[in-house]
Design a protein around this ligand. Structure first.
Ligand code: FES
Ligand code: FE2
Length: 344
């Protein structure tokens, strides 16, 4: 076991953050990962079965048959329902038992017995709402929604607590060291001064003496989903389109596992868009994976319980600010967690 999840003391806020803050949207899969058959995933510790109904809409309920606990994700997709493989019990997208085909009548027929999840599919990802509160509208950075941007979603599972992936995104200086040998972050100074700037949705952490040369700024936002965005420079060999945008989100799976989502985007139109998409697929994607692998190797090999043994210095101000934001978010949703355990 990795001990990334160890919590120094049983602080309920720390525990809530560690396991995944609720009353938020999280991306749980790339769209391409969910085909016609039901799929079981674990996110924020919840085991969930997802499937597509006859219109392709994503449905999600707890992955547990109310009869005797088989995984519904091993069953069949009946469109508006899933059927358990074990004895055929059918459950609808609201978590209600729609049919018990093996008997004439069963008291559980028609009863809501499972937690269900609101789902949204957008810009190549499937999001679920985790929490007891009513879902808020999903709001994401404009780079994901604007027609002006064209991008690719890259996703991977990392063997670390999601908070380390978050911290890593807020850690500007690692670009010049960990990614010193890379196509996008080999330039710029290896020393910097940094500052925090508050925004409506979160904050920006940026280098005060350098811009456009490395990983020089990052923004965190909480808009019903936690996201970060940044730009890194591209050399002339990377084609038209100016700086390369990255929008990142991280979904906790278990305390020792997370799924990272990185959209890689450029503001490009017309032939420049075609050129960017061709170049990305043929040349840049492999290089980007190499950069992500550098992050993954560091994070998965952090010493056990790294967060409890840190000695931070001034560059870690962004990490500290982020941790404070997550703790505040967890504290805010704690009373709601003590109410009804069933989602919309
Ligand atoms: S366990 Fe699912 S139908 Fe029996
Ligand atoms: Fe990195």
């Amino acid at each position: 076991m990795t001990a990334h999840s160890a919590i120094p003391q049983a602080d309920p806020v720390e525990i809530a953050v560690e396991n995944g803050i609720r009353n938020l949207w999280y991306p749980v899969l790339a769209s391409w990962q969910l085909g016609p058959t039901p799929l079981g995933v674990t996110r924020l510790g919840d085991r969930i079965v997802l499937w597509r109904d006859k219109d392709g809409e994503v449905r999600a309920v707890e992955d547990r048959c109310p009869h005797r606990g088989a995984r519904l994700s091993l069953g069949c997709n009946l469109g508006d329902r899933v059927a358990c493989w074990y004895h055929g019990v059918e459950v609808d997208a609201g978590g209600r038992v729609a049919a018990v085909p093996a008997v004439e009548s069963a008291p559980m027929t028609g009863r809501k017995m499972l937690r269900s999840y609101s789902a949204v599919e957008a810009h190549g990802a499937i999001y679920l709402w985790f929490g007891e509160a009513e879902p808020v509208p999903l709001q994401v950075p404009e780079q994901l929604t604007s027609e002006a941007f064209s991008g690719f979603l890259c996703t991977a599972i990392w063997r670390c607590n999601y908070r380390y992936a978050h911290d890593n995104l807020m850690d500007l200086m690692h670009g010049a060291y960990l990614h010193a040998v890379s196509h996008s972050m080999s330039g710029g100074n290896k020393k910097a001064k940094m500052q925090l700037r508050e925004t409506d949705a979160g904050f920006v952490y940026e280098k005060v003496d350098q811009a456009g040369q490395n990983f020089d700024w990052v923004e965190f936002g909480d808009t019903g989903v936690h996201w970060m965005r940044t730009t890194v420079p591209y050399g002339p060999g990377a084609g038209p389109g100016g700086p390369f945008w990255i929008v990142g989100m991280v979904a906790p799976i278990t305390p020792d596992l997370c799924q990272v989502f990185f959209w890689r985007l450029r503001n490009v139109q017309g032939w420049q868009r075609d050129s960017w998409r061709f170049l990305y697929r043929n040349r840049l994607e492999g290089r980007h994976w190499a950069v992500l692998e550098q992050d993954r190797r560091i994070l998965e090999a952090l010493v056990p319980n790294a967060r409890a043994q840190e000695t931070l210095y001034e560059h870690d101000l962004g990490v500290v600010r982020l941790r404070r934001a997550l703790a505040a978010s967890a504290r805010h949703q704690m009373p709601a967690r003590n109410s009804s355990p069933v989602t919309a």
